[in-house]
Design a binder for this molecule. Structure first.
Ligand code: SF4
Length: 329
């Protein structure tokens, strides 16, 4: 039987604002097995980061988790007391954010920040926690770990700081590691090193990874399976290999054409016309219809369900009706 470490079912998040109730995440479902990487991809404003907030049970006001279930190693997180959730965060699931400087305390040494995280969750002495922090700094490929242990984050480069954040995230061997655009603020060569490091550590510890990005090129490098999001909904869900061989949703096809090297070859990079719609002004029919080259009258008046069997290739587009409606999210 599959070793499922995270199971998200019908997760829904709504923002209650003066403009009305805005559905930020709409009935999203996925699961994650041990050692597996799920890539969640979509443009800014598609609900990727809010999905992470929903998993961590940290939806900021005026947002609220309005439905669904999040099970971590079989244990339901929705409705769990904050005190219990605090024990889970940083121990059983950890997160790496986009900008390392906002994740680190600028006044505390890097080593002490890692050992504090260990001490918050484990009954070990300060000396043991410091020793483990030093090992982790070395493990994430930082030269002269003793020196870096005693340095404040401001003395490190962006890539080094992100390595410290990765060491901190992994210090309690979490079952689930969430990477929310962890390389966006880094230059390309450092990005490649950080992606390689996350893959290496995932293999070593069997950690399940959720990798959030707007970049399908990064997804191709990292993910075993992919969830493409558009305006808070899953629009395509399938194994990564199948997605790159046979993208079915027009939005995914558009994103693919935006990857340098995967364009039509005429020298110009493709752009998807238009922009993600505002949540207070959503189209009546398919949410992608205003930008879709195949939109017809039906698309403009009806919302498509997610077609396709659960575990197979699922697509939210009337053009994929032949896949059947079983397993609709
Ligand atoms: Fe395009 Fe229609 Fe499919 Fe929506 S349902 S993605 S508008 S073809």
């Amino acid at each position: 039987m599959a070793d499922i470490v995270l199971e998200v079912k019908n997760l829904s998040i709504t923002f209650f604002t003066k403009q009305g109730e805005l559905p930020t995440v709409d009935s999203l479902s996925f699961s994650l097995e041990r050692g597996e990487t799920l890539g969640i991809v979509g443009e800014s404003g598609c609900g990727k980061s809010m999905t992470v907030n929903g998993i961590l049970q940290m939806v900021p006001p005026p947002g609220k988790l309005t439905g669904g279930s999040v099970k971590l190693a079989g244990e339901e997180l929705v409705g769990m007391k904050e005190k219990e959730l605090c024990k889970k965060r940083g121990r059983d699931m950890a997160i790496i954010f986009q900008e390392p400087m906002t994740s680190l305390n600028p006044l505390m040494t890097c080593g002490r920040q890692i050992s504090e995280t260990i001490l918050a969750h484990k009954r070990v002495s300060r000396a043991e926690a410091d020793k483990r922090a030093l090992e982790l700094i070395s493990m994430v490929g930082i030269p002269m770990p003793e020196k870096i242990f005693n340095s404040i984050p401001g003395r490190l480069s962006g890539g080094m700081r992100q390595r410290i954040v990765i060491a901190m995230a992994l210090c309690n061997n979490p079952g689930v590691l969430i990477c929310d655009e962890p390389t966006t603020a880094l230059d390309v060569t450092v990005q490649a090193q950080i992606l390689g490091l996350i893959n290496e550590l995932k293999e070593k510890f069997g950690t399940a990874v959720i990798f959030i990005t707007h970049d399908l090129g990064v997804i191709r490098q990292m993910a075993d399976k992919v969830l493409v999001m558009y305006v808070g909904q899953a629009v395509e869900r399938v194994d990564a290999k199948e997605l790159f061989a046979n993208p079915l949703h027009p939005y995914t096809q558009g994103l693919m054409k935006c990857i340098p090297g995967m364009d039509s070859g005429d020298g110009d990079l493709h752009v998807i016309d238009g922009a993600v719609p505002m949540l207070y002004d959503l189209p009546k029919g398919c949410l992608f219809a205003p930008r879709c080259p195949y939109a017809d009258d039906r698309c403009r008046s009806q919302r498509p369900p997610l077609y396709g069997k659960e575990g197979g290739h699922q697509v939210r587009c009337f053009r994929c009706e032949a896949l059947g409606e079983e397993g609709a999210l």
